[in-house]
Design a protein around this ligand. Structure first.
Ligand code: PMV
Length: 321
């Protein structure tokens, strides 16, 4: 039996611009997904199951893909169990966490547990299933703490990923203690069409390309502000990043309501992830008050702390191996 957990994530700076090679920063949050794998050998062999149901490409797309691609054909069928503290489709990285935890568990079974390989394979799985544009979610869930993703190598490099002619260098990002309140609008928005919408704008407009570049510059400023624990500056940069994302066309009235409400008790607030609905985040010293404001404005608040724990083996016991 192998049990591996992986955390969810929130993007602090640089979403969408990261698709065009600009830097982005994301943090891992103290809400995790747990995946258990046990060999299903013996008389009542029932094939692969997930929480008692037959493994299905439709209902367990990430797990299915990871197993199809990276599990030894000669291995016994697996009994898979999952457990999640993350709301799904909320911009908190539940797809990445389930993917990274599954890949981590498969690698732990093979005694090949290595974060750089897990991040690479995790990205491949998400990319194939979801058409994910950048590896930011899977790398954050793998490493924990915070990452800075960029198209060139800097100090504190963790690993390098590439696909076609795109390159991503994943770095550890220094962080002060941060209390974030996320606010889920409850408006479901798919990442793919939002990325496509921004791409159309960027391809035909020099103005949009300037916005993307400004997001990149602001993200590098934010990396310094984070390393210096300058909360005021981090908050101001979050506000500005939100305005720039709104210009790119990925804001939503429900998001704007939550952002405005949260700012009264926060250093700053912005949408997080793909936008068009989904979630926002606020950086605050008074999480209860910010959460109450988000709730009053119609959102579902979640107070989160950053976790330093990335993908982790929680249990690994024979005779399964
Ligand atoms: O869908 P989310 O919340 O994990 O974030 C998407 C982030 C984008 O930059 C818009 C796309 C990407 O793959 O980086």
């Amino acid at each position: 039996m192998v049990v591996v957990t992986a955390p969810g994530k929130l993007i602090l700076f640089g979403e969408h611009a990261v698709v065009y090679g600009e830097p982005a920063i994301a943090v891992a949050i103290d809400r995790r997904i747990r995946v258990g794998l046990a060999a299903n050998e013996g008389a009542q062999q029932r094939g692969f199951t997930v929480n008692g149901f037959e493994l299905s490409p439709r209902y367990h797309s990430f797990i299915h893909r990871a197993i199809q691609q990276y599990y030894d054909d000669d291995g016994p069928p697996l009994t898979i169990t999952t457990d999640s503290e993350l709301p799904s489709a909320s911009g908190m990285g539940s797809s990445a966490a389930i993917t990274v935890a599954t890949v981590g568990a498969l690698f732990a079974r093979m005694k090949k547990f290595d974060p750089a390989s897990i991040a690479k394979v995790g990205f491949d799985v998400e990319y194939t299933v979801q058409g994910r544009a950048s590896p930011i979610d899977t790398s954050t869930s793998t490493h924990g703490a915070a990452i800075l993703l960029d198209d060139t190598a800097r100090d504190a490099l963790l690993w390098h990923l590439s696909r076609d002619d795109q390159h991503w260098y994943i770095h550890h990002q220094e962080l002060p203690r941060l209390t974030l309140v996320a606010g889920n609008t409850g408006v479901h928005a798919k990442t793919g069409p939002l990325v496509a919408k921004v791409r159309r704008f960027v391809e035909r407009s020099g103005f949009a390309r300037d916005i993307v570049r400004e997001i990149g510059e602001l993200t590098l400023d934010a990396a310094d502000a984070l390393a210096e624990a300058d909360h005021e500056r981090i908050g101001a940069l979050m506000d500005r990043n939100h305005e720039l994302l709104a210009i790119l066309g990925v804001n939503h009235p429900a998001l704007e309501r939550l952002v405005k409400a949260a700012r009264k008790s926060a250093y700053g607030a912005k949408l997080t992830g793909a936008g068009g609905g989904g979630s926002m985040i606020a950086l605050t010293d008074d999480p209860e008050r910010t959460a109450a404001a988000i709730e009053k404005a119609g959102g579902e608040p979640i107070i989160v702390e950053v976790t330093t724990r990335g993908v982790t083996i929680e249990q690994s016991t024979e005779p399964d191996e």
